[in-house]
Write a protein that binds this ligand. Structure first.
Ligand code: F6P
Ligand code: MN
Length: 313
């Protein structure tokens, strides 16, 4: 890794990494830094906010915990303040929210992924996909210019890509994201398996076969119920498979294209992994609406291919 005179390689900040290593355009670098600042407030809020229900539901009829509402507001405030965002789409609102029509970027985000796990103190996360242009609607995830997620676990980490590899940062005690590992890669064969929506084994063609094959292959089970944590496991361990196919209750799965499947598909490709909806690349799907859902098969390439074959057999 190239080092600069002012920033020693052993203490590479997110800002320095975006500038020196990813050579990210200045406005996009500033936007990512603004998002990372929002994540620090969320990280702090998780430690200090009561974990009860807010008493409201989101557009999908799910209970919003106070932290959902708070995280959403924190992110909106930071995007607004950045002056770099034309509009955003997020899990908590049914329509795209317009900010500044002259601004260069649009953002899709899930403010608090896995928020039903707040009360049990499991890891949760935030997910972001960034596009050039006025709106994320009508766009394909392959058009993203950056994607990132923040995982609030025992430690808070941030993982980003601007199209030049996938890089991981740790939030340190003085509130700065410092490089942990760069160029995360995913091997072609999985040893770990994270099977979501097991309700679908009797309803989705081939899913029982997928699960039985993983038992025969003695894959290690790793499923927490938080997409960010479960997919980060794959990037961190350098192999693995996560599946969330459709079922009777969720015919196209539960996960949303704009701010869950799309950003992770972009990061997966950058890490040498694959992401499919069972039929084709997630990256090639078109975001028609904020609430659009799609199945997700993501991780080690050979396993993604095998699973898609079985689901379609
Ligand atoms: O945002 C949806 C989500 O909470 C994801 O984080 C997670 O992968 C999925 O739902 C878990 O679904 P289930 O509770 O059905 O396993
Ligand atoms: Mn989510």
């Amino acid at each position: 890794m190239e080092s600069s005179p002012s920033t020693p390689a052993e203490r590479r900040s997110l800002n320095a990494h975006l500038y020196h290593v990813s050579k990210t355009p200045d406005d996009l670098r500033h936007l990512i830094l603004d998002i990372s600042r929002a994540a620090k407030y969320i990280s702090y809020a998780i430690q200090t906010t009561e974990a009860g229900l807010a008493g409201t539901t989101n557009q999908f009829g799910e209970d919003q915990v106070k932290l959902d509402v708070l995280s959403d507001r924190i992110i909106e405030d930071h995007l607004r303040e950045s002056r770099l965002v034309a509009s955003f789409a997020c899990e908590e609102r049914p329509e795209v929210v317009d900010l500044d029509p002259k601004a260069p970027y649009s953002v899709a985000f899930d403010p608090l992924d896995g928020s039903s796990l707040v009360d049990v103190n499991f890891a949760i996360g935030s997910i972001f996909g960034i596009y050039k242009g006025k709106s994320v609607l009508g766009r394909k995830p392959k058009e993203q210019v950056a994607a990132l997620y923040v995982l609030y676990g025992p430690r808070t980490i941030l993982v980003y890509s601007t199209g030049k590899g996938v890089h991981e940062f740790l939030l340190n005690d003085v509130g700065e994201f410092i490089l942990l590992r760069e160029y995360l890669g995913v091997a072609d064969d999985a040893k770990n398996f994270s099977p979501g929506n097991l309700r679908g084994v009797d309803e989705t063609k081939g899913y029982r076969d997928v699960v039985e094959t993983s038992l025969t292959a003695k894959l290690t089970l790793r499923y927490s119920g938080c997409l960010v944590a479960d997919v980060h496991h794959i990037f961190s361990k350098g192999q693995g498979l996560f599946t969330f196919p459709g079922s009777a209750k969720y015919p196209t799965g539960k996960l949303r294209l704009a701010f869950e499947c799309g950003p992770f598909a972009y990061l997966a490709e950058q890490a040498g992994a694959a992401a499919s909806d069972g039929n084709g690349h997630i990256l090639d799907l078109t975001i028609e609406s904020v609430d659009q859902r799609c199945p997700l098969i993501i991780g080690s390439r050979n396993d993604v291919k095998k699973v898609c074959g079985m689901l379609n057999a």
